[in-house]
Design a protein around this ligand. Structure first.
Ligand code: SF4
Length: 323
């Protein structure tokens, strides 16, 4: 498509909150309302600075581990999922745990348990140290081996090359993951695939629309935090798909005017843990600099929602004020 002379913005849709993040944030909000502060949350409920500081102001207390939570208190586990031993620790400490793990992460945990029961070697494609990877690995530590991208494939060893399956973190780059799988399959032709995609619908959809608009963009601005895997991937996908540059920002004031010099078209999107008011702030920032022609490009409609954790729903039903 020919570049237009007016300064324009291509706004990606879908962007921002996915069903799992929406559920996790709502879990903390409802718990604050139902039980009152403080509500303890193990790890960042979702990987977004703004969300965490907003919940902190409302009475959530973020901790790294269960042993920082006073016995008898409520603790919420984050959307990224936890290893079974974290549930055990909470029980031993007499904590009232509410599990806000995204159901799509829970699905990967179930797959890991199932293949481990059948004594497969499970090659988990993901990023070393990411909370989701730690949680999934905890389901079957003896069977799971981490593969941190295509460059890590040569380091993998398995017991029986005919009994190997791959699983993945939910928030990876689709293309890079398939590249890793292809390389793994060159080494292990008998490698089995998971029964369904582990990279979640939200990650795939946000990457898909970014790929569509990136060839027309001089700059892609992705709103999201640096520890948000899916947000970081969006910058990479944008640049690979043809955007001249890409930047990750938590807030509009982080945008540098130099990035916009000579730019005619700016793409804007946001990671799955980002509330849309932050994107509105970015659009205002751009409008002040002449980027007033905003076109929203929608690649797919999302309708998925998840119900709140059942332990929370059970208590909400008992509370007449929240009926
Ligand atoms: Fe769930 Fe995907 Fe959202 Fe992660 S990005 S919370 S897996 S829907």
């Amino acid at each position: 498509m020919e570049r237009m002379s007016a300064k324009r913005v291509l706004l990606a849709k879908p962007r921002g909150y996915c069903a799992g993040v929406d559920r996790a944030v709502e879990t903390v909000n409802q718990a604050l309302e139902l039980y009152g502060p403080p509500i303890y949350v193990r790890k960042q409920i979702v990987h977004n600075k703004h969300v965490v500081t907003t919940l902190e102001a409302a009475g959530a207390v973020f901790v790294e581990e269960n042993d920082e939570v006073p016995p008898g208190s409520i603790v919420i586990f984050s959307a990224h999922g936890v290893a079974p031993e974290v549930h055990e620790q909470a029980k031993k400490r007499d904590l009232r745990a509410i599990d806000a793990t995204c159901p799509l992460v829970t699905k990967v945990h179930s797959e890991a348990r199932r293949f481990a029961t059948q004594d497969y070697d499970i090659l988990l494609i993901g990023h070393d140290g990411h909370e989701e990877v730690i949680g999934t690995t905890g389901e079957a530590p003896a069977n799971i081996k981490l593969v941190d991208g295509p460059g890590d494939v040569d380091n993998v060893s398995v017991r029986d090359p005919n009994k190997v399956v791959w699983l993945s973190q939910t928030t990876l780059s689709v293309d890079e993951t398939m590249d890793t799988v292809d390389k793994l399959r060159e080494r292990f032709p008998g490698l089995q695939s998971p029964p369904s995609d582990d990279i979640c619908y939200a990650t795939q959809n946000r990457q898909q629309v970014v790929k569509e608009i990136a060839p027309e963009c001089d700059v892609m601005l992705v709103v999201g935090s640096t520890n948000s895997s899916n947000s970081v991937r969006l910058v990479e996908v944008a640049v690979q798909a043809g955007s001249r540059t890409g930047h990750l920002v938590d807030y509009p004031h982080e945008i540098q005017d130099a990035w916009l010099t000579d730019a005619a078209t700016v793409g804007v999107t946001s990671g799955a843990s980002v509330p849309d008011d932050l994107v509105s702030g970015v659009l205002e920032f751009l409008a002040e600099r002449g980027f007033t022609d905003v076109t929203e490009v929608e690649s797919v409609k999302e309708k998925l929602t998840f119900s709140l954790p059942r332990e929370l729903v059970r208590d909400m039903k008992k509370s007449p004020s929240l009926q």
